[in-house]
Design a protein around this ligand. Sequence first.
Ligand SMILES: [Zn+2]
Ligand SMILES: [Zn+2]
Length: 356
Amino acid sequence: MEDLLAVTEAGLYCAAGDFFVDPWRRVPRAVITHAHADHARTGCGRYLCAAAGKPVLRIRMGSNAVIDTVRYGEPTTINGVRVSLHPAGHVLGSAQVRLEHRGQTWVVSGDYKLEADPTCAAFEPVPCHVFVTESTFGLPVYRWPEPAVVAAEINAWWRANRDAGRTSVVLAYALGKAQRIAALVDPEIGPIVGHGAVMKLVEAYRASGVRLPSIDRVPPRARRVGGGRALVIAPPSVLGSPWLKLFGETSVAVCSGWMTVRGVRRRRNVEKGFVVSDHADFPGLVAAIDASRAERVLVTHGFADVLARYLRERGRDAKPLATRFTGEALGESGDDDESTAEYNGGEPPDTQPAPP
Ligand SMILES: [Zn+2]
Ligand SMILES: [Zn+2]
């Protein structure tokens, strides 16, 4: 039987339904897992996304984009292919795409995580014949601490900085990670301040009904914002920019799964690293793949070869799916999601775990 999805020049294509899933070129019809730049490109004729993700996709794709939505779990039909979207737990509105046609069921995971996150719907396993999974952190060294443990670490760091009159700056992707950090920390410690790029998406989150603590904007021509007490949430691109000087003395931290590994923090020249990821860790990937009950697993977007080999050794039919996301293409997709940006321009991380 012919595969329901195939990799083409423009991305993952469903010939039966004549549409793409997360295409990397402009195509007439795109089903989108989520609004990160490496999954959602501007200029497509029509987009389909989960209803919860429309406000953020609108910000990213512009006011002229034609965006259709379905609610999670609610099926629609595109040229005879039954399509439904299911929570991926990655960022607000993120979805796994389920396709069903002539008795074949495929699920494309997009990016996902299994940890609880109050800013988006929790990952739901979707049984299928073929599971196309991401593998951003598909090495056994990647194992996340409990969210409550990381929250306590961030709060302790913020409190100590505040007591020393130093502004705490957290570098986090503007879509997803920034809002998750805001929801994770203790707002009693001091004011939370958001970079403009973060605030645009904070508003979209609020418009979608996500509860977040009060977050202040940086007023124009401000000096010494937050009086050395604030937690500033900003995208990684502010590192080394004059914008950071607005806050006087600072301590800068990165929140990322890559912080598991020794050397990544040092190379980025930041004082502190917290292990917070919006992707599944290695045990999470394996658990999600098991939960899919798939007969066949296609691995993309990260350490595809390693994870596929691991799955084969455990008796699964698994192989890497060669897409734009593999090999040297890493790092091309903009400073948006951990999938790509933390590599520092394609340089793979060390595989040495950080000391406890
Ligand atoms: Zn993503
Ligand atoms: Zn991604």
